[in-house]
Design a binder for this molecule. Sequence first.
Ligand code: FES
Ligand code: FES
Length: 160
Amino acid sequence: MKFELTVNGAKMTAEAPADISLLNFLRDHLHLTGTKEGCGVGECGACSVLLDGKLVNSCLILAAQANGRSVITIEGIHAPDGGPNDLQQAFIEYGAVQCGFCIPGMVLAGEALLGSNPHPSRRDIREGIAGNLCRCTGYQQIVDAIEATAVKRQEKVRHD
Ligand code: FES
Ligand code: FES
């Protein structure tokens, strides 16, 4: 089957089996290996991507369901110069990255949350990342990093 979707702002075309998951399509056909496979059954969030701006588990979605739509993967999240963006930088500064396996999904969950709720409480942040498991950090540093980014973005909006 021929797939045509917009990935990280660019139109992409590829042939793949009609029943392929979006996760395997991204990794095996588009070579976007930043999206990780953890559980493969919708429980860990390692495979999180944004589909038309909404956080989804790409292991549970068929690539066919994303056909003609817009997908953002971790490769699409960066600063204008290609380095880490403010949220990714905060993950580094707050020690929120340990083994790193959950981090692509966590960053996308954080971006999805901040996109829909620019003023999240810590509870909102915990709820926003509730579908993303991290076996290393205990979550505290991740919540700190998202909270600090929210505050900085609010300040920037006030000064712009
Ligand atoms: S790999 Fe998709 S939720 Fe775990
Ligand atoms: S940093 Fe290792 S699973 Fe989250």
